[in-house]
Design a protein around this ligand. Structure first.
Ligand SMILES: Cc1cc2nc3c(=O)[nH]c(=O)nc-3n(C[C@H](O)[C@H](O)[C@H](O)COP(=O)(O)OP(=O)(O)OC[C@H]3O[C@@H](n4cnc5c(N)ncnc54)[C@H](O)[C@@H]3O)c2cc1C
Length: 439
């Protein structure tokens, strides 16, 4: 008899070889990669919501790109893109169609000589690490290819192996292709059971699942869940917003790229036939959380330690108009034209989710100073044998999910890492060149 894949809580299997907590990109990719590396491993995924992918990915732009200047991230993306490009082979027949990749590129724009010089140096660095496909475009070339952007762009960096995909379809493909996995939806609360310093499984209000291995992959809630095992994960979280709008300016073609302005990097891409999706990361301050009565003790001023739900109070009502106005100003578009077109304020939908980061104690420079790294934390959790985490995927947890899944699978199964550079995703991660230069 074939076992049922999706269970609804309080239906729970009594045992598992590996339990994964959290059904976002990180958790479902872990299931898929464990199955690929060790077919038949009995995995159980525990998801709080009544569906998979109910965390940050719901607010995301679903983008991916290869132009990462730090080697571990570059390798992580290289492997992930290989999986996306061969999706049917890795994730089953029909995946290519369902994840619907649109490889339209990323265009980083410069408006001043200094910014142009910065992009030229970026491209030099990217070429030096083997990313020869990244282009530096002079003013005339930008005008020839993207004249509709206007005359203010004097240079650009272009990543042609970049684009976007359907992240929800990707998450469900991971889950479906983990043939030996069972997925339990609607689990309201989960804690980790430890006997001595060894893992025993998980506990929910209506039952337990015994297992020698648990992977924490529940995004912004990871620190809270890990605390039930007596370990504090070194994470901070920040609310980040995105906006979808029903229409964009008519000159922005449907097959246009993701367009990124200069610092503070507002960005926008076409969404569906006529719409757009855009984002902009500005410095957030946790005083709003304090005003609302939430605990912010011990958190840096621009972050939280405990997630606040729902996130609605953190939605900034000025955000959609400010982000578009910033793009219009950078590109020199006058009222009614380009990014200043009134279409952008039609059918606006504002989304919000958390970016999860390693805190400054989880990466350090040669002189011992701590800093916040953009690298995810994918490793065994120190202090509890059998406990693992795939967390801190910041703003790239969808695009890097195939490789992240494979890294955690190797660690869980005690297999060698596919690439030595992947050791940089461990707890004791030292400084990596270009680690902070995410763009
Ligand atoms: C505005 C915005 C834009 C972004 N744009 C991009 C982008 O363009 N490209 C990209 O690659 N990434 C992007 N990201 C980042 C990406 O969404 C995250 O890195 C990614 O979703 C992290 O995956 P995750 O599985 O770790 O966590 P999540 O996606 O948050 O998933 C966690 C899952 O765990 C579940 N869960 C939570 N608590 C529990 C619990 N106690 N028990 C059981 N289950 C639990 C949740 O319901 C959820 O399903 C963006 C994020 C935001 C907010």
């Amino acid at each position: 008899m074939t076992q049922q894949k999706f269970l609804t809580y309080p239906d729970l299997p009594s045992t598992a070889d590996v339990i994964v907590i959290g059904g976002g990109p990180a958790g479902t990719a872990a299931l898929w990669a464990i199955e690929r590396a060790a077919p038949g491993t009995k995995t159980v995924l525990i998801e709080q919501s009544d569906r998979l992918g109910a965390g940050s990915s719901t607010a995301s732009l679903e983008n991916y790109r290869t132009c990462w200047p730090a080697i571990p991230m570059m390798k992580q993306m290289q492997r992930s893109v290989e999986v996306f490009h061969n999706a049917d082979a890795y994730l089953g027949e029909g995946t290519q169609q369902s994840i619907h990749i649109k490889e339209r590129g990323y265009l980083f724009c410069a408006f001043t000589d200094r910014q142009a010089e910065g992009l030229r140096r970026d491209v030099e660095r990217l070429h030096s690490i083997g990313l020869a496909h990244i282009e530096y475009l002079e003013r005339d070339e930008v005008a020839y290819r993207y004249g509709w952007l206007g005359e203010k762009v004097i240079a650009a960096k272009f990543d042609p192996i970049a684009g976007w995909l359907d992240s929800n379809a990707l998450i469900y493909r991971y889950a479906q292709n983990a043939h030996s996995a069972q997925i339990v939806l609607g689990v309201p609360e989960v804690s980790i059971c430890v006997k001595g310093s060894t893992l025993a499984g998980i506990k929910t209000p209506h039952g337990e699942v015994a297992a020698p291995i648990v992977v924490i992959a529940c995004g912004a809630n990871a620190r809270r869940v890990c605390r039930t095992a007596g370990v504090e994960l070194p994470l901070v979280i920040r609310p980040r917003q995105s906006v979808t709008t029903a229409s964009r300016h008519p000159e922005f073609p449907e097959d246009g790229p993701m367009v990124i302005g200069s610092a503070s990097h507002p960005h926008m891409r076409p969404e569906a036939r006529t719409g757009a999706i855009f984002g902009w990361e500005y410095t957030w301050h946790n005083k709003r959380a304090r005003e609302l009565g939430y605990e912010v003790e011990g958190a840096p001023a621009d972050a939280l330690i405990e997630p606040v739900y729902p996130l609605t109070p953190f939605k900034d009502p000025r955000y959609p108009s400010l982000a578009v106005a910033l793009l219009a100003r950078q590109f020199g578009h006058k009222d009614g034209e380009g990014f200043a077109h009134p279409n952008y304020m039609r059918g606006v939908h504002q989304n919000i989710g958390y970016y999860v980061y390693r805190d400054h104690t989880a990466a350090c420079k040669a002189d011992g100073t701590g800093y916040e790294s953009e690298r995810a934390l994918i490793d065994a959790v120190p202090g509890v044998e059998g406990l693992f985490a795939s967390v801190a995927h910041v703003g790239h947890g969808i695009m890097t999910s195939p490789a992240a899944g494979e890294i955690i699978a190797s660690k869980v199964l005690g297999l060698p890492l596919a690439d030595a550079a992947f050791a940089a995703f461990g707890f004791d991660a030292l400084y990596v060149e270009y680690d902070e230069a995410v763009l």
